[in-house]
Design a protein around this ligand. Structure first.
Ligand SMILES: Nc1ncnc2c1ncn2[C@@H]1O[C@H](COP(=O)(O)OP(=O)(O)OP(=O)(O)O)[C@@H](O)[C@H]1O
Ligand SMILES: [Mg+2]
Length: 210
């Protein structure tokens, strides 16, 4: 696919601060270049995607096998790509995504072991026109520490998996960051919100300028 825009994804386990940092980046970029930046989140971001999100994360009547889970995450992503991401990049916009296909490698591949990590990557490439993010910001910290940030908030179906699962998720992201070191920018997510925000702004600004 030929494209003119810039595609940035945020990745990492539960409660590492992805949504917090994206909100701060949104505030910063909107003050500089509003209308040029599109923010999306996964699963969801489309009418179909939001219904799938509810099935995957919140609807306790729906218990599904791991293969169905993998396909539903994929369906939500393909819809978001076809309806939102592709168009925005073709218009030369900056697209910032709260999770993308590295999440499927980490969760359904490395943690749930539904398919080999490399196979998960190749089906994603197939369905997403081979498009790779320009930059992936990986917020990394031990799952035990990150979960403390959740406090008393209700956990969704995936957050309720055990600690071994969440450790394997982190290993899955580590696998991807070793495999594609030029794309991954790993940040110590246990630092303060402000310190992390500064690192992200520096990195994003240098990417936008080039
Ligand atoms: N650097 C930080 N230090 C301390 N607390 C933080 C930090 N970043 C985020 N938090 C807090 O941790 C909680 C989880 O943050 P956030 O929702 O941004 O994580 P997330 O990665 O988007 O999680 P999820 O995977 O569940 O969507 C929030 O209460 C947030 O205020
Ligand atoms: Mg979030």
């Amino acid at each position: 696919m030929k494209r003119k825009g810039i595609f940035i994804t945020f990745e990492g386990g539960e409660a590492v601060g992805k949504t917090t940092q994206i909100a701060l980046l949104q505030e910063y970029l909107n003050s500089k270049m509003k209308d040029q930046v599109v923010f999306v989140h996964e699963p969801g971001g489309t009418t179909l995607g939001e219904k799938i999100r509810n099935l995957l994360l919140n609807d306790n009547d729906v218990r599904m096998c791991g293969k169905a889970e993998l396909l539903l995450f994929m369906a939500s992503r393909v819809e978001l790509y076809e309806k939102v991401i592709k168009k925005a990049l073709n218009e030369g916009k900056i697209v910032i995504a709260d999770r993308y296909y590295d999440s499927t490698v980490a969760y359904q591949g490395n943690a749930r072991k539904i398919m080999d990590n490399e196979k998960i990557l190749s089906i994603n490439k197939f369905f997403l026109d081979g498009l790779t993010p320009d930059l992936t910001i990986y917020l990394k910290m031990p799952a035990e520490k990150a979960f403390l940030r959740k406090g008393n908030s209700t956990l969704d179906k995936i957050e309720l998996e055990g600690m071994n699962f969440h450790h394997a998720v982190t290993e899955g992201y580590d696998f991807m960051s070793k495999k594609e070191p030029e794309r991954f920018f790993t940040i110590d997510a246990s630092k303060t919100i402000e310190e992390i925000h500064k690192q992200i702004i520096n990195k994003v600004n240098s990417l936008i300028k080039n």
